[in-house]
Design a protein around this ligand. Sequence first.
Ligand code: PLP
Length: 400
Amino acid sequence: MNQTEALAARGAAVVMNTYSRFPIAFDHGKGCYVWDMDGKKYLDFVAGIAVNSLGHGHEALSKKIAEQAQKLIHVSNLYYTEPQISLAEAICAHSGFDKVFFCNSGAESIEAALKIARKYATMKGKPGRDIITMEHSFHGRTYGAVTATGQAKYQKGLDPLLPGVKHVPFNDLEALKAAVDENTCAILMEPIQGEGGIHPADKAYLEAVRALCDEKDIVLLFDEIQCGVGRTGELFAYQHYGVQPDGATFAKGLAGGVPIGAFMATERLAQAFQPGDHASTFGGNPLATAAGTVVMHELFENGVLENVKKQGEYLQQKLLECKEKYDIIADVRGVGLMQGIELTIPASDVIADSIAHGLLLVGAGTNVIRFVPPLIITKEEMDEAISILDGALARAQEKA
Ligand SMILES: Cc1ncc(COP(=O)(O)O)c(C=O)c1O
């Protein structure tokens, strides 16, 4: 038994069995590569599922984390700290939002979104408590977030779920209009569905949803946990559409791997939260938010957003070339460095083959392989990934 297998066996004995894990144990990383306990090197196109925005062992990020850890890791949100304010200022400066609430994860930011929507209705004296979300969406695993998630497999055996949540088909305006009534207080959706299989919203649809929300005074909430923080080449995916929501959620890549979540809102919506209405002990602590300021700096001041646009286009072009070559690819979808290929065969075989050849990939939805590398990925690394993928696709096609 090598060190990787030994650690995996120790893990299986003591860690709760909630993940179907690969028998791989990682030791360290640098840039877009990670190494297992036995020194095997992998090119990381998973990035902690769209979390390691600046890759591994990023110099400025790790330096900032170390310095902040020595200075101040945590104080209560009864007080202000400079990193928290700076990160909130940076997010507001690059969005149409006025206020930020910090928490620790994606699901937690969804909870803030769901709660503020109902608080807003209460503030306005409206009876509406219902929240509409999309089929095939993914919003997280807390009770509110898993209720909002439009996939029955995540809700099995958990009922009763949060009352007042309805699901409608994504990108279907008529279905949404039919579901909206006087009890609707909010609509929540991912502008690009991630976990559900990399499905971007149509521009005309998002514009029409915005108009519908304006007409009926419904709060429009975008889940940008996976598609946000520069992953598509803009800070928010909605910025590609020119459709401003009333609130949005962030998490994953915002602090480059340090746990963080954020809920952003326009002033009008933010007013619905008053002191005591919502809180999170660790939310926005100086360590996580200091890391977040480095990510924002790298995105805007160090060319990372430009890199995402450039490499994202290159990745999509290479995936389209693969589609020309292999009949087992049914579709290529995505924006920037959030791309997916839909296969006519189970994605798991191609993923396992790629991993065996040193490329980490992850699935999404049904038969979709997702590509969410660090935002600092280079053309050379992209070529290496495509070459490994090409081999795996060729072998899969031969077997199919
Ligand atoms: C779009 C979206 N929303 C919410 C979540 C939940 O985030 P977390 O796992 O940090 O709670 C995820 C996680 O994959 C996600 O992709």
